[in-house]
Design a protein around this ligand. Sequence first.
Ligand SMILES: NC(=O)C1=CN([C@@H]2O[C@H](COP(=O)(O)OP(=O)(O)OC[C@H]3O[C@@H](n4cnc5c(N)ncnc54)[C@H](O)[C@@H]3O)[C@@H](O)[C@H]2O)C=CC1
Ligand SMILES: CC(C)CC(=O)C(=O)O
Ligand SMILES: [Mg+2]
Length: 353
Amino acid sequence: MNYKLAVIPGDGIGPDIIREAKKVLNKVGEIYGHNFEYTDLLAGGAALDAEGIPLPQKTMDVCKESDSVLLGAVGGPKWDNLDGKMRPEQALLGLRRGLGLFANLRPAVLFNELKAACPLKDEIIGDDGLDIMCVRELTGGIYFGKRGTEGTKAFDTLEYSEEEVRRIAIRAFDIAMKRNKKVTSVDKANILDSSRLWRKVVDEVAKDYPEVSYEHMYVDNAAMQLIRYPKQFDVILTGNMFGDILSDEASMITGSIGMLPSASLGETGKGMYEPIHGSAPDIAGQNIANPIATILSVSMMLRYSFNLEKEADAVENAVKLVLEKGYRTKDICAGAPSIGTDEMGDLIVKELK
Ligand SMILES: NC(=O)C1=CN([C@@H]2O[C@H](COP(=O)(O)OP(=O)(O)OC[C@H]3O[C@@H](n4cnc5c(N)ncnc54)[C@H](O)[C@@H]3O)[C@@H](O)[C@H]2O)C=CC1
Ligand SMILES: CC(C)CC(=O)C(=O)O
Ligand SMILES: [Mg+2]
């Protein structure tokens, strides 16, 4: 099969981690007889530098025509003083909305081999590890609300429609049915009207899933419970900003933010796949970034967009084997010797079968 991929390396460590992810995809293609055809595109700071805007029309057009999108990360201090609408991060919002990718899946899984890198105590992790799926609404909420600055005041607004909540809730309950059948819906319904609407709609959706146990939890409590007793969670369903924040917190369950992949999905098979971390300007250009979150995002692409289960498993297994053999990038080495971004990519490619 031939798969057309739009590839957006972006800024900071973006180009380094994307290079490793492509190596892995190329090897998967070679072993399993697929052709992955890449179109490299500009977005974020790289696009601002080249064309003066964060999301050029060509990037959007090619993403729309492609079977899926692979993205590194965007942003960095060079562009931090630009007006809100011109910032690199606007490219992400434009892509997510423009492609209709309302469901952001962020699986926080602790590989057994990385227990030492996880800051939680052994008795909290237990013997059977940790595995939480964060389902974040991605095209609504406060990141997309009306905002502005008026003199010495600035405002942002948070809106959700019933339809927006319903479609993400259905996605979360469907996912829970294939996992441990538990959904924790996270909101701030003690304060926010939009959260009370969120709760009402989730209650309605839950009626169609009698096998799934579900609960509501306030976001401040959820942030605390994630550290106190993460095993209580199976699927976390939440809005755009809460999901952004809680998934960075949940990433420490995996040992490092450099381990957590994501899939952004809509109503069709097309998705956008990216690590949950940013462009990490503090380590850019040093060959120390962990490429595993991006490589696992490739695995999610194979599974969710192309239905290539064997191939997706092969990528995950290759990552596990490399970790089993003791290889670590700096963020997960817990004081032991570490290897570079490129060597980690090469070793994962070598373990693919
Ligand atoms: N999806 C995207 O493109 C995102 C972009 N950003 C942008 O990225 C820039 C930096 O944002 P930060 O808040 O610093 O978040 P960040 O996620 O880039 O970095 C936070 C910390 O985690 C480390 N880190 C991140 N990824 C890593 C990896 N693969 N391996 C090892 N260490 C890693 C960094 O070195 C840093 O110490 C900003 O311009 C921000 O707006 C932030 C989040 C998401
Ligand atoms: C940079 C933001 C637009 C997004 C973000 O932090 C994320 O999606 O994780
Ligand atoms: Mg984030």
